[in-house]
Ligand binder design. Structure first.
Ligand code: MG
Length: 159
């Protein structure tokens, strides 16, 4: 088996959507980025690519490539799933944490989990998504951005 970890941060700004795990969350600020800036899905992709030894999302989906402007990160996650399968790996499980002071994310976590599972052709039971604040500390606590961390375990297809 193989493990990987992923970490990502995006800045919160006016005039952008807040999309986490493919769920559009009503909020007065959104995440800034070249794609849809889905920081959770980005951390998930980096954990999976890391576990497989396949680098990171910046190598597979470059920021400067117009093909990924406004990209739906769940579609990119599907492509990561295909790359894993091609390399002989399948998801064991993954566990993700979104770090945001506001808004309250608990009501949206089950849908994020289901979206991530669907994109990976996995069962929701293989995926856990949770959220925490940082008690007002640091850039996340100040509401300047949202961070996400993920750990993922991969298993060989024939294992
Ligand atoms: Mg990102």
């Amino acid at each position: 088996m193989r493990i990987g970890q992923g970490y990502d941060v995006h800045r919160l700004v006016p005039g952008r959507k807040l999309i986490l795990g493919g769920v559009e969350i009503p909020f007065e600020l959104g995440l800034l980025g070249h794609s849809d800036a889905d920081v959770l899905t980005h951390a998930v992709m980096d954990a999976l690519l890391g576990a497989a030894g396949l680098g990171d999302i910046g190598q597979h989906f470059p920021d400067g490539d117009p093909a990924y402007a406004g990209a739906d990160s769940l579609v990119l996650l599907e492509q990561v799933g295909a790359k894993l399968a091609a390399a002989g790996w399948r998801l064991g499980n993954l566990d993700a944490t979104v770090i945001a002071q506001r808004p309250r994310l608990a009501p949206y976590l089950p849908k994020m989990r289901d979206n991530l599972a669907a994109a990976l052709s996995a069962a929701s039971e293989q995926i856990n998504v949770k959220a925490t604040t940082e008690e007002g500390l640091g850039f996340t606590g100040a509401g300047q951005g949202v961070a996400a961390q993920t750990v993922a375990l991969l298993l060989p297809w024939d294992g």
